[in-house]
Design a protein around this ligand. Structure first.
Ligand SMILES: [Zn+2]
Length: 340
């Protein structure tokens, strides 16, 4: 009898040990939303040979393929996979809401929006005129003794070509002043919400403890977004691209970034208005390089890695989420060149 009990106990603990090892080895499936900017009747910024919507979609689909191949623990979902406004929405704003709602309903862990930047008066460049000298036009007024000579200066113009030279990559994270909105989304749609969904727990509105928890999650997501954005920019820089930094848009914010209850970034893959960058973003080599940069950053983010730091001036955040350099923080507040 004792032998039997001992054997049962032995089997029980062996099973428990195997189970705990299996659970430890199984990484949780992460869901990443890939959001190709614009689409359908909203083609975004035009280039010379393509539109922002086309490039964003091509890059997004390739990023999805790469994640499927190289990250078996990650599920990638698209807000659109064809040339439409997400959700076949009737207007742009409805489309933006659909993107965020889709991410929230999917309980995604990460949101990556892909866009192209634009600057200047026209893609490629434009003609301007400048004065290079003056001609004199002589005329006479009056007759006889009152006849006067009038010299009029007429400017000579030269037309010259202004190359649209703005180029490089930048990654946006949500604006700090939208924290309240992000906090609401975090409260409604995140891992925090799955805890709050437990019907046995009463979650009163405006409860200071709940509000404090939302704030902690919001801060955590901000740091995670910043960390991923820094990794993306670092990877771009490693391939020789110009790193314009991690930025925030301080005027009206970016809806998809602050309406999503998860860490979220918006990548500006390059300037479609720059002839060379547009060609690069349309080439298969360029697209591969851009997609590799983003997916390498995602891998490092999921592995808990940070951008390598020089010196020891990094500030380590107490939850261990990230190490942030002061100058990176300053960089965020650089004014973006153009609105998306
Ligand atoms: Zn855009």
């Amino acid at each position: 009898m004792l032998k039997k009990t001992f054997f049962s106990l032995f089997c029980f603990f062996t099973a428990l040990t195997i189970l705990s090892f299996t659970q430890r080895d199984q990484k949780p499936i992460k869901t990443i939303i890939i959001d190709p900017g614009h689409g359908g009747y909203d083609q975004g910024a035009p280039g010379l040979i393509s539109t922002e919507a086309q490039i964003s979609l091509a890059l997004s689909l390739k990023l999805g393929d790469k994640i499927a191949k190289e990250m078996p623990d990650v599920k990638a979902l698209f807000t659109r996979a064809t040339d439409i406004i997400p959700g076949n929405s009737r207007d742009k704003n409805e489309g933006l809401r659909y993107r965020a709602d889709f991410a929230n309903k999917s309980r995604a862990d990460l949101f990556i929006s892909i866009h192209c930047n634009a600057a200047g008066k026209a893609p490629g460049g434009w003609n301007e005129r400048r004065i290079v000298g003056y001609d004199e036009k002589i005329s006479y007024r009056g007759t006889g003794k009152k006849k006067r000579k009038i010299v009029t200066k007429i400017p000579i113009y030269e037309t010259f070509w202004v190359h649209n030279h703005a180029k490089g990559t930048e990654t946006f994270i949500w604006t700090a002043k939208e924290s309240a909105h992000k906090g609401k989304m975090v409260g409604d749609h995140s891992e925090f919400a799955s805890y709050a969904d437990d019907s046995s727990i009463i979650m009163p509105e405006n409860d200071p403890v709940i509000n404090a928890m939302k704030l902690v999650y919001t801060k955590k997501y901000f740091l995670k977004s910043l960390k991923l954005a820094e990794l993306v920019q670092h990877e771009f820089e490693n391939t020789g691209r110009i790193n314009r930094g991690v930025k925030q848009r301080n005027d009206i914010g970016i809806w998809v970034l602050h309406a999503t209850g998860m860490p979220s970034i918006l990548v500006e893959a390059g300037f479609i208005t720059n002839k060379e960058e547009e060609e690069y973003m349309n080439s298969s080599e360029g697209q591969e390089e851009i997609v590799n940069s983003i997916s390498n950053a995602v891998k490092k983010y999921l592995d808990g890695l940070d951008v390598p730091r020089k010196g020891n001036d990094a500030e380590v955040v107490n939850d261990g989420t990230s190490a942030i350099l002061q100058n990176n923080r300053k960089q965020i507040f650089k004014k973006p060149v153009v609105l998306i």
